[in-house]
Design a protein around this ligand. Structure first.
Ligand code: ADP
Ligand code: GLC
Length: 480
């Protein structure tokens, strides 16, 4: 029998309150899925100035941690009522910017202080010392910003069980030893079997060493991070803990990313009314001032513009792509060098390329609905969500065989074509030549509308909901 568990979900971003990437999507949708399964879930996150919500925010309590008076506020996730506790400390969080960078894109100089305080408060809440009259059975932490929570909880008597989910090993929260000292953290944690990493403080290591269970967001990434190529020097720690490490593929919020009901797109559709998808392509071409042409293959890409995402491979392919009849639309922001080079291409080829630098939720949905093909040539990808959204929107993804991309896209091969499992195009090596081969494969198949439609239907009919994965998390919680 399944007894209701109390779960404290610790995260640095939650959609729709604040989002920089996939972590926010998961932090909004997994707790919702767990709540729908009857679990008692509360999210805890910092009270950033940039949080946007339609729900009320109310004061709950004030606690003192490390000589700081911190308020705990309560709100709910719009639309589904999951409770969110906001860690309110204006001296740290009441500034314009996002969770990691200021309004000019500069990383917060006091990142360590901000997230160490956040972790300490999460520990107080987890130990029911915050006047909230609620003690979790499970504290589920996510990424380095919450890494000190399992570490600090390991020092407590009669503590809740801890789960630490790695969404991205590339971000570790590493700071100098002097920061550790100034943070006033317990000396017992400072050793190579603790949060010390080559004489530096590693928040991530706090999660990897001390959590009762470690998960990552796809089974393939769980294996990859145990190798030197993907482990960033922590592969040894992970291999050592491999019996406590597993991969659970992310689900998606099927209400928010649903082509049948999406209010961000101009025409809703399903796998039985695929012809209607075209209206979104037309709207996208009009909105981005590209020639309106229903027959030309339209490639889309939405991403943080960072090395992880293989943007350099796209830049290398663009000259050859331009020799084919196609259009390419990109929405993203990040590395200024990439932004500039992409802009140059768009300026030289305004009839074929459109680059939008920035963050635009509505446009992201329209690109998913209006494109024919979605590009995601990541060098590594813990899970990836856009390739899943793409399949749901009948937009065939081209992905590199890594991490969650390898686990969620089925390559188009004679066998997968004939048994109707193919959902996209997968290539192996992280180089422009193999990406270009995959692009050419997609262009050939685009010329066979009947086959193309079958691929779209294959992808759209797959189950991407949290159903299976939320149960996997529950099984994990129940083992603790
Ligand atoms: P990551 O978390 O590594 O950035 P994911 O594929 O897991 O990659 O998730 C990215 C999420 O962020 C998706 O929901 C995607 O649509 C969204 N996103 C990324 N860049 C932008 C942007 N410029 N505008 C709108 N949404 C974006
Ligand atoms: C990270 C990863 C991405 C994953 C997301 C949500 O940002 O880069 O692959 O989908 O977290 O788990």
């Amino acid at each position: 029998m399944n007894i209701t568990k109390k779960i404290l979900f610790v995260t640095s971003e939650v959609h729709p309150l604040i989002k920089t990437g996939g972590l926010a999507d998961i932090s909004g949708s997994l707790p919702k899925a767990l709540a729908e399964l009857g679990e008692d879930v509360r999210i805890i996150m910092p009270n950033y100035q940039a949080i946007k919500t339609t729900e009320d925010i109310r004061y709950l309590s004030t606690i003192h941690v490390n000589n700081c008076a911190v308020n705990i506020l309560e709100t709910k996730l719009p639309g589904n009522g999951v409770i969110v506790w906001l860690v309110d400390f204006p001296a740290f969080f009441n500034f314009p910017g996002n969770p990691y960078v200021d309004e000019h894109g500069k990383p917060w100089a006091n990142s360590a202080e901000r997230f160490a305080l956040f972790c300490r408060v999460a520990v107080e809440v987890a130990m029911n010392r915050s006047y909230l009259d609620w003690k979790p059975d499970i504290v589920h932490c996510n990424d380095w910003q919450s890494g000190l929570v399992p570490a600090l909880l390991s020092l407590e008597y009669s503590r809740p069980a801890t789960v630490f989910t790695i969404h991205n090993m590339a971000y570790q929260g590493i700071f100098p030893r002097t920061t550790y000292q100034s943070l006033n953290l317990p000396g017992q944690l400072w050793n190579p079997g603790g949060v010390e990493f080559h004489d530096m403080l590693s928040f991530l290591k706090g999660g990897l060493i001390f959590a009762d269970r470690i998960t990552t967001v796809s089974p393939t990434y769980a294996k990859e991070i145990q190798t030197a190529e993907f482990g960033y020097g922590l592969e040894g720690v992970l291999s050592h803990r491999k019996h406590f490490l597993s991969g659970i593929t992310n689900g998606i919020d099927c209400d928010h990313w649903n082509p049948e009901t999406d209010s961000n797109i101009v025409q809703t559709y399903s796998h039985t009314t695929l012809a209607k998808k075209l209206a979104n392509k037309t709207a996208l071409q009009e909105r981005l001032s590209l020639p309106v042409d229903k027959n030309i293959p339209l490639f889309g890409l939405i991403s943080r513009l960072v090395e992880q995402k293989g943007i350099d491979l796209i830049l290398e392919c663009l000259p050859e792509m331009l020799s084919h009849p196609l259009q390419f639309v990109l929405l993203g922001s990040g590395n200024k060098g990439y932004e500039q080079r992409l802009h140059n291409f768009a300026e030289a080829h305004p009839d074929k390329i459109s680059i939008t630098i920035g963050y635009d939720e509505t446009l992201a949905h329209l690109i998913e609905a209006g494109s024919d093909i979605f590009l995601m040539p990541s060098r590594f990808e813990p899970c990836g969500l856009n390739q899943i959204y793409s399949q749901r929107y009948g937009t065939l993804p081209i992905v590199r065989k890594t991490g969650g991309l390898a686990d969620t896209v089925i390559d188009t091969l004679p066998e997968t074509l004939s048994n109707n499992t193919a959902t996209g195009f997968v290539f192996n090596e992280a180089n422009a030549g193999t990406l270009m081969e995959a692009i050419k494969r997609s262009l050939i198949l685009y010329g066979h509308p009947k086959t193309w439609k079958q691929l779209q239907i294959n992808g759209m009919k797959r189950d991407y909901s949290w159903n299976k994965s939320a149960h996997q998390y529950l099984t994990l919680y129940n083992h603790l």
